[in-house]
Design a protein around this ligand. Structure first.
Ligand code: GLP
Length: 240
């Protein structure tokens, strides 16, 4: 039996509230949970609700891991995904930024930076929770197609589809050509995955990802083999 539980919501508040509730449920009773969190537009409303609704400091002990980062972008650059993670999740939830495991896209030795990240994941016994969005080409983090389930934390050249979708975040600035991503291996090993999918722009990929053949060409399709995935998808994505 599939470990995938699907909730289809209305767009907007219903989606955000449901996303916040499934994240809150996953971290309830696990104050020191190791959690990797996506940036992107999809989870922003859920994070804002989470910060508003969780009792003060109840999330401050979370061990947060960054999901992905552009190569060559400083933390104070408006494109920085570390900065976005901090503004949207780490600071509003009262997590000490010094405890976050960041992906260092400025490291001289990027492979060593990825190993350090994987070592930190291993040292904590693996991730408890991965909160992920769905790329328009089926990527998770920046595990671009093709990515097989053993793909590690690494530097990835960005696909044209990802460059086009990411350009919308900061239209005035060019999208870097490569990124570091948490490996599909560590994401799929998370004890629970929450996948948030919204908007008509995801309609063409959400059904292949969740119901189509399991293939490296759609990296998110490997979630079909995961024992504990909660998917929240709005009607615009599910029914378009
Ligand atoms: C981006 C990021 C992912 C994100 C996904 C969806 O390219 N690499 O981490 O989850 O694509 O983004 P959005 O929520 O903006 O649609």
């Amino acid at each position: 039996m599939s470990g995938l539980r699907l909730t289809v919501t209305d767009r907007g508040e219903d989606f955000d509230a449901t996303g916040a509730a499934v994240i809150a449920e996953a971290i309830a009773g696990a104050p020191g949970a190791a959690i990797v969190v996506a940036t992107g537009r999809t989870p922003m409303g859920a994070y804002a609700r989470l910060a508003r609704d969780l009792p003060a400091r109840s999330a401050s002990g979370l061990r947060v891991f960054q999901l992905d980062e552009y190569v060559g972008v400083t933390p104070d650059d408006p494109r920085s995904l570390a900065g976005w993670t901090r503004r949207s999740f780490v600071d509003p939830l009262g997590v000490d930024p010094d405890t976050v495991v960041w992906l260092d896209g400025l490291a001289e030795d990027l492979a060593a930076a990825c190993r350090a990240y994987d070592d930190a994941v291993a040292a904590i016994g693996g991730l408890d929770l991965a909160v992920l969005g769905l790329g328009p080409n089926g990527h998770l983090g920046f595990n671009e197609p093709p990515s097989d389930p053993s793909s590690g934390t690494r530097e990835v050249p960005l696909s044209d589809a990802s460059i086009a979708s990411n350009a919308a975040y900061r239209p005035e600035l060019p999208v870097p050509r490569s990124a570091l991503t948490a490996g599909l291996d560590v994401l799929l090993a998370a004890r629970r995955v929450v996948l948030l999918v919204s908007g008509a722009g995801k309609a063409a990929i959400v059904h292949p990802a969740l119901e189509g053949p399991v293939t490296p060409e759609v990296p998110a399709s490997f979630l079909q083999r995961h024992p504990d995935v909660v998917v929240v998808v709005d009607r615009d994505a599910w029914e378009s």
